[in-house]
Ligand binder design. Structure first.
Ligand code: ZN
Length: 276
């Protein structure tokens, strides 16, 4: 659970530095606040991959729906193929595995008077192949989309390798219970809350989550035990079952053909199977 607290703390520090050695307790949440965000998916410009556009749009929408569902669609994303009214832009890139994707702010308007940036939008780069032209698999691309949009939703990094929000972890294409828990947690707070303010409630909810997990573990152990022992019992009983079948057949006066008789009279049926 120490790792889960790290994940949560990193999320509160997302706007400052989610990989800092020491997190600030007064860092504030910076949650998304609109009910719908328009996501402009840029064309694929890598030669030979242009036709994957529709496919990548679908992958993106699927990943975004998955995140939205975690918070009961409080925030939704709408993938579009036009820049009009876009809040977020997605680009497809060639990228090294260690920097396969990136989330940043892209300036879209500068002041003519001062040259200073006056408008920016959220942007995401998703790697679809390595620098060696080795394409990433759909599962890997899906993971990268989930990860970067986790950041868009202002999640920080998790130290658990299997979490989608781990930087350079297992590239899991499925949101974990941790990922879902942390997203639900932060969206249960007011925007701009600090870690310190929320800490008593966080500790309570983490404790509850941890206990639920233990319950689930217990159930899955029981489940495994059953699966393990049923075949074992059946194997032990197989010879008796055959005896019962033979007895029933004898009662009914069923005559066995040669092959069946041979099978039933094979000495040490089970042992010989195992020795082979
Ligand atoms: Zn990241």
């Amino acid at each position: 659970m120490k790792n889960l607290m790290h994940y949560i703390h990193s999320t509160f520090n997302y706007m400052i530095d989610c990989d800092a050695a020491k997190f600030a307790d007064n860092a504030r949440l910076s949650l998304l606040t609109k009910p719908v965000y328009n996501v402009y998916v840029n064309p694929v410009t890598i030669p030979g991959y242009e036709d994957n556009y529709e496919h990548y749009c679908k992958l993106t929408q699927k990943a975004l729906n998955e995140w939205s569902a975690v918070i009961n669609n409080k925030i939704k994303f709408k993938v579009q193929n036009s820049m009009m009214g876009a809040d977020i832009k997605v680009y497809w890139r060639k990228a090294k595995r260690c920097h396969a994707a990136l989330q940043y702010r892209e300036v879209v308007m500068w002041s003519t008077a001062t040259g200073e940036p006056i408008k920016s939008v959220l942007a995401v780069n998703i790697g679809i192949m390595g620098l060696d032209d080795e394409p990433y698999s759909d599962e890997e691309i899906y993971h990268l989309i989930l990860h970067e949009f986790g950041h868009i939703l202002t999640l920080g990094h998790s130290p658990n390798r299997e979490d989608v929000m781990c930087a350079g972890g297992d590239w899991n294409p499925h949101l974990t219970e941790n990922d879902k828990f942390v997203l639900r947690l932060i969206y249960s707070y007011e925007n701009c809350s600090t870690f310190q303010e929320c800490l008593p409630d966080i500790e309570k909810k983490v404790e509850k989550f941890k206990n639920n997990d233990k319950e689930k573990d217990k159930k899955s152990v029981n489940h495994k035990t059953k699966i393990k022992y049923i075949p074992h019992d059946l194997l032990n009983n197989l010879e008796y079952i055959e005896d019962i079948v033979k007895y029933k057949m004898a009662l009914q006066g069923v005559k066995l053909d040669d092959a069946t008789t041979k099978h039933f009279t094979k000495p040490m049926y089970l042992a010989s199977e195992i020795e082979d």
